[in-house]
Design a protein around this ligand. Sequence first.
Ligand code: BEZ
Length: 218
Amino acid sequence: MALTIGDTAPDFEAETTEGPVNFHDWIGDGWAVMFSHPRNFTPVCTTELGYMASIKPEFDKRNTKIIGLSVDPIENHEKWADDIAATQGTPVNYPLIADTNYNVAKLYGMLPADTEGDPTERTPAQNSTLRNVFVVGPDKKIKLVLIYPMTTGRNFDEVLRVIDSLQLTANNQVATPAQWQPGDDVIIAGSVSDEEAKERYPDGWESPRPYIRMVPQP
Ligand code: BEZ
């Protein structure tokens, strides 16, 4: 079965533009986002990597590390980083995994187990399933999986929004409603009884139905 929410993120050793990485050690006690892309020197990916560089401070604020991945070799990553800085306005400021042996792509179910051969001879279309996002928590469990089509650039602001929601849930036993943005009202989690909720929220809550209990964001 494909990796899903709640699974332990497979650990791995990989070469990156910032040196060798053991994934779990690299995550440490914080959160992590690993995002993959089909091939280097492709237009959609170039915009994505540039945008991620520009919003890295937002991930830092959330104690979240970011790491990119493609099957291209390190020397391609370095050459492409120059293009990204020149065309997108922000130098790449996070590591890029050179998954030349497809180890990570296979571990995470992004490429078939029988994938082999020279990664520089593969077309972007052959790697079309490599536009994924995995958010991993401090417990090394997968918290979010996104798989995008190769022709659609990802909305990384949504990844930040989900991390905000996940971190709020982890600290406060609340859930977030549709289209929630930080500062909007939240939902008291179903695991909190009305008795417990009264202690936590002595001013009460908005309740259009007994199972919908809305409170200001803690
Ligand atoms: C791109 O990132 O632009 C791209 C990736 C795969 C196929 C085609 C384009």
